[in-house]
Design a protein around this ligand. Structure first.
Ligand code: EPZ
Length: 424
């Protein structure tokens, strides 16, 4: 296994181009199952997770080819409706084939994803929603075996929690159902709007884009898609925080500032100057030499609240602040795996249930250390801490990072960082 070496103490400067969003690419690739023919998806990031998802799609009979950041996907001849355990266990987003397979083939056999580092992450809302549309779902031998005799029937589905992939699964099931489906308390993340735009382009009839109430009028058939993936707001946020944490100045390009409303406000509250362009965001310090970073509380919430996927990264930044703040995680029950590693680098953090109290030790408060990545976003917070720390940081198990950050070493090096990979 590889490890990442980070030489800290260098202020990041310059521009970095943001890739397509992992959490949009996965549902949009799944949605190509809904219509036979050749689909075109643009701005598709080349990540471990998108490669894994395409392996799953090959299992189902789908053919695909990549032309730079364009994916051509042909789902004409599906030969299976099964997502096997050995693939699903490495990537829980595989559950996203459940809805489209049921809609297209009337059946789907998907391994239950099992546990995950950040929480139990059940899929009960996906299952009860599909059952509401008439599917029978049997849970046995670690699989959910779903089928429908004939077509799914439109109905009203209420989500106790605005589940992102649950909303996506139900959207993809409802577009080919008989009659109208209403999704209540649906997720409103930008990736949902991206999926809605793709489905609408395929001939689906969906109302309520960007709201928590989606109305889907089922149609009989859909045509192949031609759609671009939106920019990755979590990647963009990660680089903005890294630039701020190193006392630097930089711009993320090919992004959408409207997708990061809460992070940009929190960076401004921390004392940084954040400028928004059409498709760029710049961050810099108000004075040449960064002085004190203000301590700012965050509480993760569904969009447009502060994103849970940027919680660990912001915690690394707050470890450098001048005072005390509280970070509360309301989405997942175990998303503080990065705390113990940050503490090894000198961060003053105390876990108190679903909250952490961060006692900032100032801009020179972190020192490099050997640390271990535990999940995708926790590992990016260790990179940020390593970039800001004095001395060298070695991060092991960086396959977690490669799941969600395209060309991380090249992009950071382009900002002046001294980072490289070594064999463990
Ligand atoms: C999506 O996961 C993202 N993944 C996650 O990003 C992100 O953290 C999460 O949404 C929240 O924004 C993808 O889009 C592929 P949820 P998802 O269903 O859909 C509970 C990353 O780092 N819940 O919105 O799985 C669940 O346990 C990843 O890129 C149920 O109880 O999240 C959690 O506590 C990590 N039953 C909460 O709801 C269900 O049936 C929100 O989960 C579904 C969810």
């Amino acid at each position: 296994m590889d490890k990442l070496i980070v030489e800290g103490g260098i202020a990041l400067r310059g521009t970095v181009r943001i890739s397509g969003a992992k959490n949009a690419a996965l549902p949009l690739i799944a949605a190509t199952l809904l219509a036979p023919g050749r689909h075109r998806l643009g701005n598709v990031p080349n990540l471990r997770d998108t490669r894994t998802f395409l392996k799953l799609m090959e299992n189902l009979g789908v053919r695909h080819e990549r032309q730079e950041d364009v994916l051509i996907i042909d789902s004409t001849n599906l030969r299976s409706a099964e997502a096997p355990y050995d693939l699903v266990k490495t990537m829980r987003a595989s559950v996203l084939v459940l809805g489209p397979l049921l809609a297209r083939m009337g059946k789907a056999k998907v391994s239950l994803p099992g546990g995950c580092a950040i929480g139990a992450r059940p899929i009960n809302f996906h299952i009860t929603g599909l059952e509401k549309l008439g599917a029978t779902c049997r849970l046995e031998h670690g699989y959910v075996d779903a089928e429908i005799d004939g077509r799914l029937q439109g109905d009203t589905v209420y989500f106790d929690i605005p589940t992102v992939t649950g909303t996506e699964n139900l959207l993809m099931a409802a577009v080919l159902a008989e009659g109208t489906t209403i999704l209540k308390n649906a997720a409103r993340e930008p990736e949902i709007a991206n999926l809605i735009d793709m489905l609408t382009g395929m001939g689906a009839r969906i109302e309520g884009r960007n709201t928590d109430r989606l109305t889907i009028h089922g149609v009989d058939v859909l045509r192949p898609a031609d759609c671009d993936i939106i920019p990755d707001r979590i990647e963009a946020g990660t680089y903005l925080i890294a630039i701020a944490a190193t006392g630097g100045e930089g711009t993320v390009t090919h992004c959408n500032p409207a997708h990061l409303p809460s992070l940009l406000e929190k960076l401004r509250l921390a004392g940084l100057i954040v400028d928004e362009g059409e498709s760029t965001i710049s961050v810099r310090w108000p004075q040449a030499k960064p002085r004190a970073l203000k301590s700012v509380d965050i509480k993760t919430m569904p969009f447009p609240g502060y994103p849970t996927d940027l919680q660990a990264q912001f915690m690394a930044l707050m470890a450098l602040s001048a005072d005390i703040c509280v970070i509360t995680e309301t989405i997942f029950e175990n998303r503080f795996m990065h705390v113990a590693e940050l503490q090894r680098m000198g961060a003053g953090i105390r876990i108190d249930g679903h909250s952490c109290v961060i006692n900032g030790h100032g801009m020179n408060g972190l020192s490099g250390a050997q640390v271990m990545a535990t999940d995708l976003r926790a590992s990016s917070s260790l990179v940020i801490a390593g970039l800001a720390a004095s001395g060298r940081t070695e991060i092991s198990r960086i396959y977690h990072l490669e799941r969600g950050y395209e060309n991380l070493v090249e992009k950071l090096t382009g900002l002046g960082a001294r980072v490289w990979k070594e064999q463990e």
